[in-house]
Design a protein around this ligand. Sequence first.
Ligand SMILES: Nc1ncnc2c1ncn2[C@@H]1O[C@H](COP(=O)(O)OP(=O)(O)OP(=O)(O)O)[C@@H](O)[C@H]1O
Length: 507
Amino acid sequence: MSDWTEKYRPTTLSEVRGNNKARDKLEEWAESWDDHRDAVIVHGSPGVGKTSAAHALANDMDWPVMELNASDDRQADVIERVAGEAAKSGTLTAGGAGRRLVILDEADNFHGNADYGGSREVTRVVKNASQPIVLVANEFYDMSQSLRSSCETIEFRDVSKRSIVPVLRDICRREEIEYDEAALEKIAESTSGDLRSAVNDLQAVAEEANRLTVDDVVTSARDRTEGIFDFLDALIKEEDAEGALRASYDVDETPDELLNWIEDNVPKDYEGPELADAYGFLSNADRWLGRVRATQDYSFWRYATDNMTAGVAASRRESKGGWTRYGPPSYWSKLGRTKGTRNTRDAIAGRIAEREGTSVATARREIMPFLAAMTHHCRNRELTVRMAAAYDLDEGEVSFVTGSGKDTNKVQSVVEDAEELIEEATVEHSGSAFFAPADSSDGAGADAGGESEDVDVTATDGDSEDGQQTLASPNGGDAGESDDGSSADASDERDQDDDQSGLSDFL
Ligand SMILES: Nc1ncnc2c1ncn2[C@@H]1O[C@H](COP(=O)(O)OP(=O)(O)OP(=O)(O)O)[C@@H](O)[C@H]1O
């Protein structure tokens, strides 16, 4: 069966659902482009139709498309292609004939860092371009300030359940699939605003059932997660290289996600040299995935998969018995690798930044890794509750930071207690006393917050240097390497930025 997200990709703007305002703004931008000549940034979460809207627009305007990916390794070439192409055709195109639309995808991902050279060059090109350019991005604030201020901006919001259901209904009709309305609603609900996931889920369920019911939807979702555990067993304990590769064919995860799962679970059974070898293969796999992102050449996926399956299985030196509690990928492995998790990460970082008065980048690179280490698997429950309260985290977010499963009772009860704490704090302390004061810690945050009912601290001062040292030593190395692999960039930034107030609140 062909991929329904491709088959039902909107071909005209009127088919782009759930973002009418943004869609109209985009059309207006294109129609008046000759007058203003600005590029436009279209940003929003994954799967809400940004790229589709750009292509649909080109179709409506009858503009041929030139699509580039900003994360392309050959940064200079890419820039040159935009600039050269734009300049050349620009001189030929009085009045719109020969106009073409340049779509720059992943515009928030110039080598993973908006402040480096790639971004500056793109900004220059974008400013001087003589063709309309749409920059597509998930994360608006990952783009440099100068790039953001050189462009118009259009935000695509998450697609509401109300708008998702009709899209699914439409597809069912065209595919001649019988369905219960409630099944479509269930899919729409569980994909929280991501229309691409909704279409994917619909296709996955429809492949298994004659008539879609809510039960089918629930079972299909469960089967997909169960599949991964069987696969991990096969990979880590049972199969040889070839068997492990074959087992991966049954798993319904992208190679990026699969790598996260493997990376986090392999150390539960592998040790010593076999673990080192396995990590070697995982690092190769990661490199291939990077190439896919850079070139959009998905044929490289197979090398990534070979490495992470056959490579890891072949690294096993001793047979593994017993039962192991495998779990979903933690904060460390998910950090920044997929767009969906990047969105969660940034939502949390945004709230930390707001509360602590730091930049979002500082919150993300310097505070979150420590929070993750201190609240790992909610083991320090008290602290996890206080963190959830301080930053108003929901279940998905607590699960992201702590690396615990989203639907576990543990996470739910943490969030419930956090809500109570927020209420109490609002009444008693004007919402400021979630963490213990700066001088209350004598360990790596283990006792932090224990006494805080009596404490009235605000979030800013405190002896941050001491706190930083206490915590940095066990985790500092990981923290530097965790962000998209750009360890050098991350540590450079850390050196430059000494605002550590968020951390000191824990101590
Ligand atoms: N607003 C929408 N209306 C109709 N279909 C949509 C919409 N959003 C997403 N889709 C479906 O999801 C698929 C993926 O959408 P698209 O690639 O445009 O999302 P995106 O926002 O650009 O995501 P990403 O940031 O991950 O690239 C489309 O091919 C289409 O099938």
